[in-house]
Write a protein that binds this ligand. Structure first.
Ligand SMILES: Cc1cc2nc3c(=O)[nH]c(=O)nc-3n(C[C@H](O)[C@H](O)[C@H](O)COP(=O)(O)OP(=O)(O)OC[C@H]3O[C@@H](n4cnc5c(N)ncnc54)[C@H](O)[C@@H]3O)c2cc1C
Length: 378
């Protein structure tokens, strides 16, 4: 379905599609099995400028709007969702907030290495007692002269085992209960350490770890935004990040649909192709309709974002719908593959495992419903 993309956006989409098909898709099951950060894929994306999307060239970026980033993420997720996850951590969750809320000095210092892929970025809000309720974070940032001293720990952080730069949210105790503040932390700072890499159900090529801060001295010049503005920065970053997760969901769902269509046109039972059964056709129809609806919601929300509109509701709707559709489509895809879909050498099981995460991170489906309900009832 056409969404009135500009010629430039169509060219970028086609380039990302071609790259993902050629370079990422053939490696996707190996990346999944390795359960290691997909460093080669990351380098390839950086070479093409994808790690610099939606950041202007003066900061080393490739320019383009958020819709461009969404288009690229969809294509990458279609081939290898883990690689898209890495890109989301690098761009939507790290480079973009520095670009949007950073000082000129911060942008000049931190963006070029991130946009060029010389450094790996991450975003850290989640803690043991602060998951959906991010206001419950306990990490503290005590002012000490020209620095802040950070103490606490963050869980599940995407790109955590390998990140060089992480945006960390901490409370300034003197400003409680409105002390949440964002900091750009370089992971070579003394007192910073990482837990071991988590083992996960899916998204194996994007790695996660706990990040620990033990008297980490962060220069005041690394504070992102004003003191006490961390909650606003976090929520706005997640609004944008959700567009990326919605795009990721659309990509996985499209991949599952494409494979299911092909398989149904090859597999014969009872002397005929399974695609000749209306039961299979209707599953394919429902899958295709949901993919289109999810894509349109995602592109619409991204376009509104690019028009400088506040899109909390639209981004939450896009992520909610796309992620729920994605898992449903992956499950139907397995059904169409029958027993073969349940085998570990079938790509369908990977789509299913990767799809589940889209309903959990950057706000669970329940949290998206809370955001949408708040907007409806305001
Ligand atoms: C693979 C992975 C990668 C991640 N990457 C990052 C990252 O890079 N950075 C980062 O900061 N965090 C990251 N996270 C954390 C993620 O955002 C949280 O796991 C998520 O927000 C949910 O928090 P929780 O796990 O503590 O669940 P909880 O908040 O404990 O929720 C448990 C259940 O209760 C439901 N629930 C909670 N409150 C309500 C309510 N009021 N009404 C209805 N239902 C409710 C939830 O929807 C969920 O079903 C990642 C998580 C995973 C699994």
């Amino acid at each position: 379905m056409d969404f009135h993309l500009t010629e430039e956006e169509k060219m970028l989409q086609a380039a990302a599609r071609d790259f993902a098909k050629r370079e990422l898709e053939p490696m996707a099951s190996k990346v999944d099995e390795a359960e290691e950060f997909a460093v080669e894929n990351f380098k390839k994306m950086a070479k093409l400028g994808f790690t610099g999307l939606a950041i202007p060239p003066e900061y080393g970026g490739s320019g383009g709007n958020v819709l461009s980033l969404v288009l690229v993420m969809e294509e990458i997720a279609k081939a290898c969702a883990s690689t898209c996850d890495i890109l989301d951590g690098q761009t939507s969750l790290c480079g973009r907030p520095i670009f949007l809320y950073g000082t000129e000095e911060q942008k000049r210092k931190f963006l070029p290495p991130l946009t060029k892929g010389e450094k790996i970025g991450a975003f850290a809000i989640t803690e043991a007692e602060a998951g959906s309720d991010i206001s419950a974070i306990k990490t503290t940032a005590e002012r000490d002269g020209d620095s802040y001293i950070l103490n606490g720990s963050k869980l599940f952080i995407t790109n955590g085992p390998v990140c060089d730069i992480v945006i960390v949210f901490a409370n300034i105790p003197a400003l409680a209960p409105r002390g949440m503040t964002a900091f750009i932390v370089e992971t070579n700072t003394p007192g910073f350490s990482r837990g071991s890499q988590y083992r996960k159900l899916g998204m194996h090529g994007a790695t996660n770890a706990e990040l620990m801060f033990n008297d980490v001295r962060v220069p005041a010049s690394n504070r992102l935004g004003d003191e006490g503005k961390g909650m606003r920065i976090c929520l706005a970053t997640l609004d944008e990040g959700r567009l990326g997760i919605a795009a990721q969901s659309v990509g996985i769902a499209q991949a599952a649909l494409d494979r299911a269509i092909s398989y149904s046109k090859e597999r014969k039972q009872f002397g005929t192709l399974i695609s000749q059964n209306q039961a299979i056709q209707w599953m394919l129809v429902d899958m295709a309709t949901k993919v289109e609806a999810a894509r349109l919601l995602t592109y619409l929300a991204a376009s509104l974002f690019d028009e400088n509109m506040r899109v909390s509701k639209e981004a939450a709707m896009a992520k909610l719908y796309a992620s729920e559709a994605c898992l449903d489509i992956a499950i139907k895809g397995i059904q169409i593959f029958g027993g073969y879909g349940y085998m570990m050498d079938s790509p369908m099981q990977r789509y299913f495992r990767d799809a589940k995460l889209t309903q959990i991170y950057e706000g669970t489906s329940e949290v998206q419903r809370m955001v949408i309900a708040r907007a409806l009832l305001a």
